[in-house]
Design a protein around this ligand. Structure first.
Ligand code: PHE
Ligand code: NA
Length: 452
């Protein structure tokens, strides 16, 4: 293919690509969502299914996304179209990219609301109003936040602006610095929290909750959520990784790079779970408390530990940064598309998209207050968007990418990018053709037709 670099620029090195992609992957999905859905779905068996999905479905699909992006060096729609044409397939494969952009927009709208909660908690930690708080009061404080649309709107607006500013500045300036310094710091702080969790007396219970595989608790719905989350957490199925791949240098090994990203993301999620559940159990809280889990349990923990207020501020700042680098990556594919396809200025594209997602976000934050009686399929707007994006749109996008990479792209083109030892290539190819699509199809099928 003719394009040596994307018109958006390229990452300075392989290492920067790892940083940026890890910045996209590691986010609220790991620290907020993973623990709470593990709690809601009974723990161990759910975690095991999740790990299997990451390994057998997530990592191979991530490799496909990176190579398609890097081969074409364009936004996801045009990348898919170009790679399809090169292999003599229909240009309509580009439509996967279109659905991906829609997923990105919908995910952003609730992601930014949760990002706003994190900003609020930075403030609350700074003022010390939660020092020494009981778990009941922490629950009440979170409830009061959700009931207050004006406060939620303020934080959601701030989070949206922060994101749009970085996207408008382009891929090199903003994303790199934030990730390079903040990701390692976040990890250190999580380890510290883990250390604290070990002293609470709930550690064994927390550990067992996450790693005792009780399959009687596993339902098809839980399996779907585990599968969907493996896409969500690795930023797959919507073109983010494809867009980031289009800025990747030609020399870097896709296989090793993707493994590193997958491993880091998984590690952060597991450590977050191991830090949160012991605190939940030792304070007699409910692991199935839902989206408030992290926001209720951690302030209680920070309120009890030495230097808790300082660590609390630091922790929520770092989670905020993790959320921020992910939110940026939710907008990047669409902005790249608007710039490349409609010759828009990056800043115009970023702001226009920003206004759309900000508006949608208002419907999500309203779910907890003035719009709480608006429901779709029995879910409020926030839950509905979370559910259909993570559990339906991303897996569908992923299946399509796998089928495309496995059946439509000529092996020699795929191998030209992936450059894998031939046995590994065969495994990857098998996953694209069969394992990944069948896994997704099975889970979706049984969800719609529950087994008696
Ligand atoms: N992977 C991010 C997280 O775990 C969320 C995300 C999904 C980001 C899809 C980009 C694309 O928080
Ligand atoms: Na993640």
């Amino acid at each position: 293919m003719k394009n040596k670099t994307s018109i958006q620029g390229s990452w300075a090195s392989r290492w920067i690509f790892i940083l940026a992609a890890t910045g996209s992957a590691v986010g609220l999905g790991n620290i907020w969502k993973f623990p709470y859905i593990t709690g809601e779905n009974g723990g161990g068996a759910f975690v095991l299914v999740y790990l299997v999905c990451i390994l057998l479905v997530g990592i191979p699909i991530m490799m496909a996304e990176v190579f398609i992006g890097r081969r074409a060096r364009k936004n996801p729609i045009n990348a898919l179209t170009d790679v399809a044409e090169e292999s003599g397939s229909a240009k309509s494969w580009g439509l996967i990219g279109l659905m991906g952009m829609l997923s990105g927009v919908l995910i952003f709208s609730f992601y930014s609301v949760v990002g706003g909660w994190v900003l609020h908690y930075i403030k609350v930690m700074l003022t010390g109003e939660m020092n020494g708080i009981s778990s009941d009061d922490a629950g009440a404080a979170f409830g009061a936040l959700l009931a207050d649309p004006a406060t939620l709107l303020g934080w959601h607006t701030l989070f949206s602006i922060m994101t749009v500013v970085v996207v408008a500045a382009g891929i090199n300036k903003g994303i790199e610095t934030a990730t390079r310094i903040m990701m390692p710091a976040l990890f250190v702080l999580l380890i510290l929290l883990l250390g604290y969790a070990m002293t609470t007396g709930g550690f064994a219970q927390g550990w067992n909750f996450m790693f005792e595989f009780d399959f009687s608790k596993l339902t098809w719905n839980a399996a779907l959520i585990a599968l969907g989350h493996s896409f969500f957490t690795l930023s797959l199925g919507m073109g983010t990784i494809m867009a980031y791949g289009s800025y990747m240098t030609k020399e870097a090994s896709i296989g090793k790079t993707v493994l590193a990203i997958g491993a880091l993301d998984t590690l952060v999620a597991l450590v977050a779970g191991l830090a949160i559940f012991p605190i939940i159990f030792s304070n007699g809280m409910d692991p199935a408390a839902g989206p408030g889990l992290m926001f209720i349990s951690l302030p209680v923990a920070f309120g009890q530990m030495p230097f808790g207020q300082l660590f609390g501020v630091l922790f929520f700042v770092l989670v905020g940064v993790a959320a921020w680098t992910s939110a940026i990556s939710l907008l990047e594919p669409t902005v790249a598309f608007l710039v490349e396809r409609f010759k828009m200025k990056r800043i115009t594209a970023s702001i226009s998209l920003g206004i759309v997602v900000w508006g949608l976000g208002i419907a999500c934050l309203g779910s907890f207050n003035f719009m709480s009686d608006v429901t779709l399929f029995g879910k409020n707007t926030f839950d509905f968007l979370d559910y259909i994006t993570a559990n339906i749109m991303l897996p569908l996008g992923g299946i399509m990418i796998a089928l495309f990479a496995g059946w439509k792209v000529k092996d020699k083109f795929a191998q030209d990018e992936l450059n894998l030892p031939s046995a590994v290539f065969k495994l990857w190819n098998f996953s694209m053709k069969f394992t990944a699509p069948i896994a997704v199809a099975l889970v979706l099928y049984f969800l719609i037709n529950p087994m008696k």
